[in-house]
Design a protein around this ligand. Structure first.
Ligand code: CTP
Ligand code: MG
Length: 606
């Protein structure tokens, strides 16, 4: 089992990533074994021709006394060689076939694991709470889902078969040597312990280097992603030069991390070569002497010389394999680290009886972000089903934070939030978020058509329903004049909409859901007064069916609300209807006076 430790960056660190991967991807074990089998057959068939060469030389040198003669029971040298040729053809066919099968199996295995892990990791990431995503650069998560998964695929496709080949090579060649002469085996295998010791040493040196490479990739990806997202700001502030330098720095860090790793792993090759040369020289010299003395046959001597070549030269690849292994390991650790991130805001298991009435209660709620201080200090609020309530207050007062709690993007630090009398922590997502229509303060439209965007929360809505929702959000007029109207593509690579247009699409999207609770965070801040009045009218109509909680800076938006809550510094300071609050002459009245341009009664008298 893998042990999970919290790393300094807060990400889970996996102790034995590849072992953890093995115990996790159970469904690929059968395919893995089949691939190992195919590779083994392939390797045996691959070594066989060298043995056949030796046997052929033996036939020529010893004739009737050859191994082939005793094995096949054929006396004529010509017939013996013909037999060897036939065996060679069979071996060659087996070799080619098994090579094909092995390649297909390894490729299929790596692609399958890649695909499964990517989808699984993505799905896990989308279930992680919003706070988790906000706490790290998006590019970092992207790098894991993309680069790290690719790296693992490369390792499984190329690295694992290579490791297997090397091990099989050593075993098979070792067997042939052991059968021939123990003494020569010792000589030829002399370099192997050296190479193994060297590998282990290098591996220990390489591991932290590759961890650094992977985190440098994540940084780079994060920086690029952030810059592309902020391209308008970069241009507006002519920061191109500065940003180029910054990316150059991050990219340079990646390059340096890679170079350090490559320097170390490349130093390994010459070391292996020296060891190999020693082994080869020993076989050549001592094997030759043994053949001259008649201790071993000429045929066997030739097999041994070929075999040493066979055994030792592929070991130069060990460095490369080690490189792939370390990269694969570091990447696997990151992917599994993501998969092991705990879901801090899991859904409950209670569901509400439909239709949901939409009564929202907030009791003594305290909340804050990450390790920061509280931004809400003991909020009490009741929104009866079907009423429209407004939350107003200066910027940073905690209005959006409060709405996030109602949708349960975060859980409160103290107190509770209830929907229809049930703690939202106990509700499943369908009952909670399924009954909400939410327009966030910053709108996100997906790449797709207008109709798809409006129907996002209700994918099977009819065209008539979509159009009705667009009308209600005062969006129909501008949509109808777009080229393609409801089928115009928006989002990435589509038509660019103005801020107010985007808001109205988002509002239509929320309305189409016919939610029990409509949650609007500055949903009409970017539209003009006239449009807003039209939206107000349809919202009041929609509001007859659902509870509406609206945050707005423009007080004309909220003056008709059943109740207005004034938030200041994370506390409710005033509450009441518009008329009550204006009459009370508090901060709401002051704000109202400023916005309507009327002299504020109190101050006017001063
Ligand atoms: N905050 C935070 N982390 C977030 C969001 C907000 O620490 N991810 C903090 C802000 O710094 C702010 C406080 O929480 O001090 C309240 O933020 P918010 O609820 O977003 O304030 P609003 O009242 O919605 O402000 P605005 O009118 O500007 O939208
Ligand atoms: Mg806000």
């Amino acid at each position: 089992m893998s042990t999970v430790v919290k790393g300094d960056a807060g990400a889970a660190v996996i102790e034995h990533p590849l072992r953890a991967l093995w115990s996790r991807q159970r469904r690929y074990r059968g395919r893995f074994r089949a691939a190992v089998l195919a590779s083994t057959i392939n390797k045996i068939a691959d070594v066989a021709p060298e043995i056949l060469i030796g046997v052929a030389i033996d036939v020529v040198v010893r004739g009737q006394d050859s191994w082939a003669a005793s094995l096949l029971g054929v006396e004529s040298r010509y017939a013996q060689l013909a037999w060897l040729a036939a065996i060679n053809v069979v071996v060659w066919i087996i070799e080619s076939l098994s090579e094909y099968v092995a390649a297909v199996l390894w490729r299929g295995l790596s692609q399958g694991v890649e695909h499964d892990l990517r989808v699984e990791a993505y799905d896990h990431a989308q279930h992680l709470d919003l706070g988790w995503h906000e706490a790290r650069p998006r590019g970092t998560t992207l790098a894991t889902l993309n680069d790290d998964v690719n790296q693992l695929e490369r390792f499984l496709d190329i690295g694992v078969p290579a490791i297997l080949q090397t091990i099989l090579n050593v075993l098979l060649v070792g067997l042939v040597f052991a059968a021939a002469s123990m003494q020569l085996t010792l000589l030829a295998f002399l370099p192997i312990p050296l190479i193994i010791a060297g590998s282990l040493l290098f591996q220990r040196r390489l591991e932290p280097l590759y961890v650094r490479v992977r985190s440098a990739v994540a940084d780079l990806s994060g920086a690029l992603q952030a810059n592309l997202a902020g391209i308008a700001t970069i241009k507006a502030f002519t920061a191109e030069e500065r940003e180029r330098e910054r990316i150059e720095q991050v990219s340079g860090a990646y390059r340096r991390a890679n170079e350090a790793a490559i320097r170390s792993s490349a130093a390994f090759v010459p070391l292996v070569r020296v060891a190999i040369l020693a082994g080869f020289t020993c076989t050549l010299l001592f094997g030759g002497w043994a053949a001259l003395n008649g201790t071993i046959e000429v045929g066997l001597y030739s097999v041994l010389v070929f075999m040493t070549q066979r055994l030792l030269w592929p070991l130069t690849d060990v460095a490369e394999v080690l490189d792939l292994y370390q990269r694969g390991r570091a990447s696997t650790a990151r992917i599994l680290g993501l998969l092991n991130e705990p879901i801090e805001v899991p859904q409950g298991d209670r569901s509400l009886a439909k239709p949901v009435a939409g009564r929202v209660e907030i009791e003594q709620v305290r909340a804050g972000y990450a390790d920061g201080p509280d931004v809400l200090h003991g909020i009490d609020m009741v929104v009866p089903a079907g009423e429209t309530h407004a939350i107003v207050g200066s910027t940073g007062a905690g209005k959006s934070s409060l709405l996030r709690l109602i949708l349960r993007f975060d859980d409160p630090r103290g107190g509770r939030v209830l929907l229809d009398g049930v703690d939202v922590r106990d509700l499943d997502w369908d009952s909670l978020r399924g009954s909400m229509g939410y327009v966030a303060q910053d709108i996100y439209l997906f790449a797709g058509t207008i109709a798809e965007n409006i129907a996002y929360g209700r994918p099977n809505a009819t065209r008539e329903q979509i159009i009705a929702a667009a009308r209600a959000a005062a969006a129909a007029d501008f949509i109808e004049v777009l080229p393609g109207a409801y089928d115009a593509t928006v989002g990435e690579n589509g038509v660019t909409l103005s801020g107010g247009q985007r808001q109205r699409i988002a509002l239509a999207r929320a309305l189409l859901r016919e939610p029990a609770v409509l949650v609007l965070d500055e949903a009409t801040s970017a539209v003009d007064n006239e449009t807003e009045a039209a939206i107000q009218k349809s919202l009041r109509r929609a509001g007859e069916r659902c509870t509406t909680i609206v945050v707005a800076h423009r007080l004309s938006t909220v003056r008709h609300a059943h109740r207005i809550w004034v938030l200041d510094g994370g506390r409710v300071t005033e509450a009441g209807t518009h008329d009550e609050l204006v009459a009370a002459g508090g901060s709401y009245a002051a704000l109202w006076a400023v916005q309507t341009g009327e002299p504020e009664p109190e101050r006017a008298s001063v």
